[in-house]
Design a protein around this ligand. Structure first.
Ligand SMILES: [Ca+2]
Ligand SMILES: [Ca+2]
Length: 228
């Protein structure tokens, strides 16, 4: 008790009064600054959520094509490969998706019965959105209509412009700045089941095979951004 009183009196002696006052004032000042900072932070957060700018993302698209023509015999299955490194991707462009169209030579007519054709994009190491609902990897036809298949390569790419919220241009472009998609080999399986018209017995024009054309369109995009 005695000691405490001594310290207390020491703090309020004439000589120590000024430094003590300064110390108290500094503490008070720091406290005010901290509270001010905190309120400022709150204000910034509120501004962020209500005033984040919106950006219009648009895509410029370029296509490149690859083609294979294969003659299959009845009941044959054949695999066709397309090396994507053969595609010359222009500066500033990224592969977005791949369309495959499988066309048979036969055209429906009186003396023709369309062959049954199946086409599948085979999942492999090619870096793409294999499990995306937009990817349509299998198709078949027996009415002389081309089969259309689709593989989404870049996440969420559909070529349509979108509006997104982001603090700045850089952030707005982030979702479209990934690299490494569309690297590998596109593998397509073809299967043929020849159909000959019933009662059409002409050994010369007997249908035993089919010429199948596989057209691959590689869709590439470059992205632009504008504040809304
Ligand atoms: Ca046929
Ligand atoms: Ca045929």
């Amino acid at each position: 008790m005695e000691e405490e009183r001594e310290i207390r009196s020491l703090l309020v002696t004439k000589e120590s009064r000024v430094p003590t006052l300064v110390a108290y004032s500094l503490t008070l000042l720091l406290l005010v600054m901290t509270v001010g900072d905190f309120v400022g932070d709150l204000r910034t957060t509120a501004e962020f959520t209500s005033n984040t700018p919106e950006w219009n993302i648009t895509f410029e698209v370029q296509n490149q094509s690859l083609q294979a023509v294969e003659t299959l015999q009845d009941d044959e299955t054949r695999n066709v490969m397309f090396e994507l490194s053969d595609i010359d991707v222009p500066e500033g462009y990224t592969i977005g998706s791949i369309d495959v169209t499988i066309t048979s030579e036969e055209e429906e007519g009186v003396s023709v019965q369309c062959d049954s054709i199946a086409g599948d994009i085979i999942e492999n190491d090619l870096t793409a959105q294999w499990n995306d609902p937009a990817s349509n990897l299998s198709g078949q036809d027996s009415s002389c209509i081309p089969i259309d298949l689709h593989l989404r390569v870049y996440p969420n790419f559909d070529g349509k412009s979108t509006i997104i919220s982001a603090v700045n241009e850089f952030q707005a472009l982030q979702p479209w700045a990934e690299t490494g998609w569309g690297v590998g080999v596109l593998s397509v399986d073809l299967e043929l089941d020849v159909n000959t018209p019933l009662g059409f017995v002409d050994p010369i024009s007997q249908d035993t095979d089919e010429e199948i054309t596989v057209d691959v369109t590689v869709v590439m995009f470059s992205v632009s951004v504008q504040e809304v």
